[in-house]
Design a protein around this ligand. Structure first.
Ligand code: CA
Length: 223
């Protein structure tokens, strides 16, 4: 799942996006509460980073609307002025954490990770499959204890398949999971990403292509 960044200041939004992408998260950026609401209606996000100071409806209004619409995703609020009063108000409205501007991107990434871990609960966001260890929140894949680097798209693909290990995932669902609203993805491109991920997994896990049906991730037998 991708992370939603709601920030109208391009420089700050660029810095946030760079930090999150470097930590292997896929990001969708919007610059208003209204655009955030449309994005959240169209797609499920793992977390939202929300600037309080937005043109139109502000970040606090956005959080209140999300919570009253039943959205439970973790939210990290970015605040310029941060009085205790603002924080209490935001928490009452349903925000999960705060970060005051200016901040270090590394701090933001750490906070996001902590919020997602908390939200993923007892499972800790880690899936173990024989030789594979997939930390969905920390965005770390290890095979036999050696870390493997994945691109943001490969992560979305792995996440989609690993959550349904042993089950057939329809090709359209895979395509949807790795697409961006900004950039459509063709069935051929899905095939390309699957091949790349398959190469990175080596013989530690198998991604089967089932003609006309979709894909299935299978764990490899112990060596
Ligand atoms: Ca702002």
């Amino acid at each position: 799942m991708r992370l939603l960044v709601v920030e109208d200041d391009d420089i700050v939004a660029d810095a946030i996006t760079r930090g999150l992408v470097a930590a292997h998260y896929a990001v969708h950026r919007v610059n208003s509460a209204e655009a955030a609401q449309s994005a959240l209606a169209a797609e499920e996000f793992a977390l939202a980073v929300i600037d309080v100071g937005l043109p139109g409806a502000d970040g606090l209004t956005l959080v209140r609307r999300l919570r009253s619409a039943g959205k439970t995703l973790p939210t990290l609020m970015l605040t310029a002025r941060c009085t205790l009063n603002d924080k209490v108000k935001a928490l009452d409205l349903g925000a999960d954490d705060f970060l005051s501007k200016p901040f270090e991107p590394a701090e933001l990434v750490a906070r996001c990770r902590a919020l997602m871990r908390r939200a993923s609960g007892a499972l800790d966001g880690v899936i173990k499959l024989n030789r594979l260890r997939v930390d969905l929140v920390g965005r770390r894949l290890s095979i036999d204890d050696a870390e493997v680097e994945l691109t943001a798209r490969e992560w979305l693909l792995l996440e989609c398949l690993v959550r349904r290990t042993g089950q057939i995932v329809p090709k359209e669902r895979v395509q949807q999971a790795i697409a961006n609203p900004e950039q459509d993805i063709t069935p051929n491109a899905v095939e390309v990403h699957v091949s790349r991920l398959r190469a990175k997994l080596g013989d530690a896990a198998v991604i089967r292509s089932l003609r006309g049906l979709g894909y299935r991730l299978e764990e490899a037998k112990a060596p």
